[in-house]
Design a protein around this ligand. Structure first.
Ligand code: GLP
Length: 240
């Protein structure tokens, strides 16, 4: 793991964007694995700027998102499908057919998890963006998730629901389930960038890097990946 410690959230976003911009410049038809949550928003803003400056184009880029909530429909502002449209896709020249986000249709959940997993098996993600939950989750692989899991339906951890309550009007409104890439899917990526900002992430970042590789802290599995860059700000990296 390569650790890059920078000053603040803006620097985390900028540094991550340099990797992604280089990736797209070197391979315009790159396959990107994308994350949601508050952390990657600054990165997406830098990517939009690079598109507007004509430094990069997304017209050949293919994307696969990590996860999606279950129980809210695609038009809900917190649905990750909508999030991606709002924060990146509608602002660049992405082709809609190149966008892949797990389908959360409540009537076909297992079927949709299998369809997404089959699609992931056929591709090799060039660059995967990750955030990290305060409990060490990546995607929605909560503590206790078997490290060999492929795309599956997960019951969200109480801590994750509380952390994400800030995006909803009450805890009751936060979905209880999600569909997520498994650790095995994530580990298949050629290159992984994990971004973290803020003191709430400091403990998880410390354990991810210096703790045992354990299901109890899913991000710790990244110690076993040959090509990971961790970009943290001073607060998230304060225990390192
Ligand atoms: C979310 C997402 C993760 C994200 C994490 C941290 O619930 N499923 O992909 O990395 O939790 O979110 P944030 O960046 O808002 O702290």
């Amino acid at each position: 793991m390569k650790i890059i410690k920078v000053k603040d959230y803006n620097e985390v976003s900028k540094k991550a964007s340099e990797f992604v911009i280089n990736q797209i410049m070197n391979k315009p038809n790159s396959i990107l694995g994308l994350a949601t949550g508050s952390t990657p928003i600054g990165l997406y803003n830098y990517l939009i700027k690079a598109y507007q400056d004509k430094t990069i184009s997304f017209n050949k880029v293919i994307t696969y998102n990590l996860d999606e909530y279950i129980g809210i429909d695609r038009n809900h502002p917190q649905c990750y499908y909508q999030y991606m449209q709002d924060h990146l896709f509608s602002k660049v020249d992405m082709k809609q057919e190149n966008i892949h986000i797990p389908n959360n249709d409540p009537n076909k959940l297992n079927e949709n998890a299998n369809i997404y997993n089959d699609a992931l098996k056929k591709v090799s993600i060039d660059l995967q963006i990750l955030g990290i939950g305060s409990n060490g989750h990546i995607g929605f692989n909560e503590p206790g998730t078997p490290l060999g899991n492929e795309t599956f339906i997960v019951e969200l951890d109480e801590q994750t629901r509380k952390d994400n309550m800030r995006f909803f009007s009450s805890l009751d409104e936060v979905p209880k389930h999600a569909i997520t890439m498994g650790i095995k899917n994530i580990m298949k990526s050629k290159f992984i960038i994990l971004m973290a900002s803020g003191k709430e992430k400091a403990e998880a970042i410390y354990k991810m890097i210096h703790g045992d590789v354990t299901e109890d802290l899913p991000a710790s599995v990244l110690q076993l990946h040959p090509n990971v860059v961790v970009i943290v700000d001073e607060l998230a990296g304060s225990k390192l």
